[in-house]
Design a binder for this molecule. Sequence first.
Ligand SMILES: [Zn+2]
Length: 335
Amino acid sequence: MSTATTQPFELPRVPALSRVTIDRSEALRQDPQALRAAWPTARVIVLDKRGRTPVRMDDGELALRPATEIAPEPPEDAAFLGRAPEGDYWAVLDVPEPDGETIEVPGRFGVPVTHIVADGERWVGLREFGDELDDTGAGLFTTALALRSWYRRARHCVRCGAPTKVISVGWASRCTGCGREEYPRTDPAVICLVHDDVGVNGERVLLARGAGWPEGSRSVLAGFVEAGESLEACVVREIREEVGVTVRDVRYLGSQPWPFPRSIMLGFAARADRDAPLTLAEGEIEAARWFTREEVRAAFARAYEPRANGDGGLRLPGNSSIARLMLEAWAAAEP
Ligand SMILES: [Zn+2]
């Protein structure tokens, strides 16, 4: 039963990949001399060709490289991530993948992914490991991966088609043909937890399985913001398109960057009538239904084994996702 003191649920903490500690210092990006002077004490996050980065086996934190181990001066293709009291942070991308043994860990919806283990380090992906890093590490890895995703999609000028070159220590590109400049792009996407009308926070949550997702996996609904569309209108449209339900009382919860490849997820909650018929978007949504708090809590309580399942159990989004945090917050709240 809801009471007069029940509050609408909110995110209990900053989303895993939204944690920030370093100063991005836009002014420093224009000051190559200052950056060169600070290079000897700088630290570098390296990403391989699959966007993985090494973490130390002993404490699980980023295995940052001393800058001077990389090069005597900032390499031309390195990206300056920002400054902190302990020194500057840079990213160097597409370093060779090490040789080593592989281990399997649960990835998206518990489906196994492989990590390479070599030299006391393990090369991990942001999606399955971002929440395990400390605040500085999570921010560095997220930003480095987001820049990498942009570079890979901005190699040619959108005006004249000529190749582009990365400038401003990683934070802009310039066309070698017409000189047009571009800055790192991010695609906004909304993600919305829809609950029913009971009390303040509802008794049930609407979860769906997208096309091609593993057996048993369910999440809250999400979609990209269209040109000329507000975030609130996008929430209403996406949910109507995906499951045929009209939501109301759309409210903002929080956001996090999601560089897979280059989104920012804008989290919302909304309510809908759970007796309304569900009409699934063909080719996009394979299943959807209302789940109770108990079902969601039970799924959180179960640990995934890398090769487990086939048991038909509910699989929820991974720990680094804002979807998971939204569901945790809702599951912990009173109706
Ligand atoms: Zn051009």
